[in-house]
Design a protein around this ligand. Structure first.
Ligand code: URA
Ligand code: SF4
Length: 204
């Protein structure tokens, strides 16, 4: 299946999903959005108030800050995929429960497999835990690590960083490294291009 079609299929399944009890209190499920060919994929925690109202990811205060962070590195949200660990809002913005994360995990997996991003950025500890269980975000944020051959970078959640000057500095420094990491994660020429025939050199 083409990546666009798979993303559309996931989004439509998510909107009708009743696999965990978060479906009972949602107004709109938030499947996530962005181009199928995104090189960069952000994974947040779950929809908050505004996301639940609009059915779109990161459209509240944290989302505005995410837009600013992207702009500082010359990107806009239209160029990246933005998703979440759980697609329906936990009531009162409580933490998602392990069984809710588990119930929703297959959708995120399908999104990652369809997009095949060069770099995944986890925002906050719930998406971090999916790739780096038993780690602390303060220990590993901003570090590029390979998980099953894909580059994953854990970062603070923009909502946490927004009001905390020290975390703000950290997340901005971590974002500043992303352009270089995306380049480093790029497939090398030898992976994408047919091998050139051996060159004939006439030295004399
Ligand atoms: N916080 C998140 O983790 N995800 C959103 O979509 C919005 C806020
Ligand atoms: Fe389904 Fe995920 Fe929503 Fe739970 S949070 S109802 S698993 S889409």
């Amino acid at each position: 299946m083409k990546a666009e079609d798979e993303l559309r299929a996931v989004a439509s399944e998510v909107r009708g999903c009743e696999a965990c009890k978060l479906h009972l209190s949602r107004k709109n499920a938030v499947p996530g959005e962005g181009p199928a060919a995104s090189e960069l994929m952000f994974i947040g925690e779950g929809p908050g108030f505004h996301e639940n109202e609009q059915g779109r990811p990161f459209v509240g205060a944290a989302g505005k800050y995410l837009d600013e962070l992207l702009a500082k590195i010359g990107l806009s949200r239209e160029q990246v995929f933005i998703g979440n660990v759980v697609k329906c809002r936990p009531p009162g913005n409580r933490d998602p429960l392990p069984e809710e994360i588990q119930a929703c995990a297959g959708y995120l997996e399908r999104q990652v497999n369809a997009i095949q991003p060069r770099v995944i950025v986890t925002l906050g500890r719930f998406s971090m835990a999916r790739y780096f269980p038993n780690t602390r975000i303060s220990d590993i944020h901003g570090q590029a690590r390979l998980v099953n051959g894909r580059m994953v970078v854990a970062m603070y959640h923009p909502a946490a960083a927004l009001h905390q000057p020290s975390l703000r500095r950290e997340i901005e420094a971590d974002f500043a490294r992303l352009p270089e990491l995306i380049q480093r994660a790029a497939p090398t020429a030898s992976e994408t291009e047919p091998k050139a025939p051996p060159q004939q050199l006439n030295l004399f």
